[in-house]
Design a protein around this ligand. Sequence first.
Ligand SMILES: [Zn+2]
Length: 334
Amino acid sequence: MPFAELFGNRRIKRVLTSYLRNRTIPPAMLFSGAGSVNLKGFALGLAKALNCLKMEHDFCGECAHCLDIDREMFPDVRLLRPDGQQYKKEQVDFIVEDQLRRPLKGDRKVYILESAQMLSESSANAFLKALEEPSETTIFILLTPSLAGILPTIQSRCQVLRFAPPAPEEIRKYLLGQGMQEEKAALLSRLSQSQRLDLIHGNYDELLAARGAVLDVLGRLLRHDGEGEVLVKLNELNRRRDAFITYFRELVNLISQFLRDIMVLKAGGDASLLFNIDFREELMVLSQYSGEEKLLFLIRRMETLLRDVQRNLNAKVLTQEFIRSFSDPETGVG
Ligand SMILES: [Zn+2]
């Protein structure tokens, strides 16, 4: 019964199980969902169910085939990731060729493409024909955090399954079940409401540590003390675009969350409403440095900046806009 043991998404489990029972598995599927959704686990589960030696409409997780699939050593199930920034044309050419061959060991060949949003237009086009007319024994499963990055020509050839993010309470229970302390589990499930974090598979200790550093940055900016150092750090990161974007996105996301918490405190809201309840005192201190209007302005600016990141704006421009948001005299109290 191992489908039942995967975390969350009961609806998807029912859909996949009914495909298996009725032998109506779509040859091309697109799994979409962000945060604590286990797209890869479900895709591998389906691949195992199709090749399991013990079970017919599910997977045992223990037979030689199931074990080899988990180890990525099963010749008929391939887990693919972009080679660098994007999928290379050669990777797609390989799949297109390889899918035509008969399975070597199992019943079905399954190709799982992680981060399918990283298929460039040319590799996506090379892939279309295979998606449209896969060989009888082939199944394609494309994984993506959001459908927005997937070309319509790909989407229309796939059965799309949308994974829902788990409720905070589900996450809390799961983390407790993993032996986590009550306080930490409650804090993380609370954070999951505001950010699409992968709390089930992600590294939450890193996230918890990152928040402290970001709060320090926010403090410097709001107090107008030590802004120079923030600027220096961002400019240093500018040189490597990937690293900059990853850092900047997290920075702006977490700052929005802190600003929202400061607003709650300023409005006299109960501390239980805070996302970052463990930083209550620090946030209380920071709330003295800006008026409500300025805070609202900043929250809106952070939203705009996140959109600008999406729009691939230059790192230098993003840095300037970010720093300027906090020093803009037009906005009153700042
Ligand atoms: Zn098995």
